[in-house]
Design a protein around this ligand. Sequence first.
Ligand code: PMP
Length: 355
Amino acid sequence: MSRFFTSKLSGLSPYTPGEQPKDQQYIKLNTNESPFPPSPSVAAAVQGEVEKLQLYSDPECTRLTQKLAERYGVDPDMVLVTNGSDEVLNFAFLAFSDAARPLIFPDITYGFYPVFAELNRIPYTEIPLKKDFSIDVQDYLVKGKTAVIANPNAPTGLALSLAEIEKIVAFDPDRVVIVDEAYVDFGAESAVGLVSRYDNLLVTQTFSKSRSMAGARLGFGIGSNGLIADLNTIKFSTNPYNVNRLSAAAGVAALAEDAYYSANCRTIEKNRQMTTSALTDLGFTVLDSKANFVFACSSRIDGEELYRKCKEKGVLIRHFSKERISGFNRITIGTEAEMQAFIQVVKTILEEKEK
Ligand code: PMP
């Protein structure tokens, strides 16, 4: 830290993204990216936009907003497109929580939530997940606290039902509930259908996972027009051109290819099932994931050791040092071939360890 860094933020510990190593080719199962490329029409749309890069992007992101509104059956003024869903989450924390409406979220969840809270200096409470790592809905039936729930949750992959989400949203109409649906397309139920009835619900989604576009940095929020107007106030006070031309065009093209992307999601679900069974056969406990990753632990090997040995053998998975989950690894679901290679590596590691 330099002597110039503001004392307001001197205690901030930033988010640590998953490794993106450049030293060698890995089977990369550590950052929940899609193993499939974007649809060919995305490349063509981006190409067509390159010639216009001397011009600023549309600050309203009109075309993509319109297409998202059509896709999700809401009015365009109920949609905000952002630079990844991280950005809409940050805007929402800033807009809808403060000392009078502190944040609540699970103790085991997306690691960016406490960072955004600290950056914006918003008090927060981390509510312990149940012993089985599920969310206790009862804990969120409290008044006056802005609740943030990743559904499915990360890194557990466990999802709440739509009825459970609605119960939380309906409990206190005077506080905002943010439902982070980054992984919803892999088998969970979306709460987007509730936004017309509950003006305190903000749903966030991303193009990074099911739509194979993590590198484009495209996310969005859907909520009542009042919530979206507030988020626009933050956006236009931060970065009006938050979405670049290439990504906006890519997003429009991707939305026209639903069949391609949902087929990929079904393939990921099939590979998830195969991976879960194979790990279970090896003695792992695997949580019932509705996301494009599984969260698994075994008494045969420690989480950190499995992570390290997989890396030595060319497979990257994610380990979190947080005590409650340090025995676990989060494994992104890739292609069938990648998952078979991963399982083979795990078998070899266990054999070498136990011989
Ligand atoms: N929410 C959750 C739960 C995530 O795991 C991630 C991805 N790391 C995000 C939001 C943000 O993704 P992006 O900014 O790429 O949309």
